[in-house]
Design a protein around this ligand. Structure first.
Ligand SMILES: Nc1nc(=O)c2c([nH]1)NC[C@@H]1CN(c3ccc(C(=O)N[C@@H](CCC(=O)O)C(=O)O)cc3)CN21
Ligand SMILES: CC(C)C(=O)C(=O)O
Ligand SMILES: [Mg+2]
Length: 266
């Protein structure tokens, strides 16, 4: 068991203390994130873009995810490890269970799936079998070809009402955490208040229970030079990666990151 467990994270929400999460794909960065006090390490399928150089997350496989989870696990001492199920690895409930088992056996403590109400059956089956699940809502990058790009979601009242209802339904189905990506700050705040489970945001304002960023983005590393509006370069003004990671933890805990300029309005 790591020092940080699901119970720790639930306690942080109840206390009103912000939860810090960063993506992490290898052992050395897992150790550095531990030293900085990052509570949750997300082995994200964003690795398809930042490590592998693909133009979306779709090419990533469960075997590749398991390889990175195992690497992070070996470098980690006390953080909670969350792992993405990649594109089409949870298309059926059977696939969700088989592939979640692979990631948990590689060292994950929780798995994350992208979607909305349709995830309810898989979430319930996984939770019943001992696997906590985070539901990733809003901008779901595995659906980029349906969404027509990486765009803010939930901007009109119909979409917002649907997202609020789905969040509550997924909590009832047994989701242990929600992640909201690129949704208006006000909607993210409403959803955070409507559920008891921790809600982590990225491009969702600073009223969620915690924050996540892609590690390379917050270290100022980019292939294209174009970064989403919600990204802040924490290397600015720092002289080491360790100091940048610590600055991220400090700013998330103080809710000085994200600022208004990193969020979206309806
Ligand atoms: N390096 C990296 N960082 C990420 O945050 C990230 C990945 N890769 N790969 C998977 C997805 C893709 N993500 C993205 C990519 C682009 C935008 C983006 O440019 N968004 C526009 C919103 C435009 C609008 O609808 O108003 C922006 O201006 O930020 C958002 C999320 C988030 N995830
Ligand atoms: C952007 C975060 C939330 C993610 O899912 C990833 O890094 O894959
Ligand atoms: Mg992901």
């Amino acid at each position: 068991m790591p020092a940080i467990t699901l119970t720790t994270l639930q306690g942080l929400k109840q206390k009103g203390e912000k939860i810090t999460m960063l993506t992490c794909y290898d052992a050395t960065f897992a150790h550095a994130c531990n030293q900085a006090g990052v509570e949750v390490l997300l082995v994200g399928d964003s690795l398809g873009m930042v490590l592998q150089g693909h133009d979306s997350t779709l090419p990533v496989t469960t075997a590749e995810m398991a390889y990175h989870v195992a690497s992070v696990k070996r470098g980690n001492s006390d953080a909670f490890i969350l792992a993405d199920l990649p594109f089409m690895a949870y298309a059926t409930t059977e696939q969700a269970m088989t592939n979640s088992a692979l990631l948990m056996q590689a060292g994950a403590h929780m798995v994350k799936v992208e979607g909305a109400l349709w995830l309810a059956d898989s979430i319930r089956l996984l939770a019943e079998r001992g696997i906590p699940v985070c539901a990733h809502m809003g901008l779901t990058p595995q659906s980029v070809n349906i969404l027509g790009g990486y765009k803010v979601q939930g901007r009109n009242e119909n979409q917002a009402r649907q997202m609020r209802a789905d969040a509550i339904s997924l909590e009832q189905a047994g989701a242990a955490m929600l992640l909201l990506e690129c949704v208006p700050s006000e909607l993210a705040e409403e959803i955070t208040q409507a559920v008891k489970i921790p809600v982590i945001g990225i491009g969702a304002g600073n009223r969620t229970d915690g924050q996540v960023l892609v590690l390379h983005d917050m270290l100022g590393l980019s292939i294209t030079g174009r970064v989403p509006k919600f990204v802040k370069n924490f290397m600015t003004g720092q002289t080491s990666i360790e100091a940048a990671l610590s600055a991220y933890v400090t700013e998330v805990k103080a809710a000085t990151f994200p600022g208004i300029e990193h969020g979206f309005s309806a």
